[in-house]
Design a binder for this molecule. Structure first.
Ligand code: ZN
Length: 98
């Protein structure tokens, strides 16, 4: 599968990430951090789920502290069977592929 490009999609907060629409996110607590990170539905709508850490070991270098309009850096990538699938940025609650 080659890397997909998508139109910008909103990172909508959901209660169950498994049932969420493309790009939806759900924060989780772990390792004494609240939040520790969030899971997200692939912005392309394929149903794959990825994770971004915002605190603790391995965390992304930047999170703006917002749950409903999050920005994270560096970029976010999803791989399927070890191959690049979706790659882009989450900025002010919007996923944009690059
Ligand atoms: Zn996908």
């Amino acid at each position: 599968m080659s890397e997909v490009k998508t139109e910008p999609v909103a990172a909508q907060l959901v209660d169950s990430i498994l049932d969420g629409p493309a790009g939806s996110i759900k924060f989780y607590d772990a390792e004494g951090n609240s939040p520790s990170g969030f899971h997200f539905q692939c912005p392309c709508g394929c149903g794959d789920i990825g994770a971004v850490k915002v605190a603790g070991p391995g965390a992304w270098t930047f999170w703006n502290g917002s749950r409903d309009k999050p920005t994270v850096r560096e970029s976010v990538a999803l791989a399927t069977n070890g191959k690049p699938h979706w790659h882009g940025y989450l900025t002010v609650g919007i996923w944009r592929s690059c």
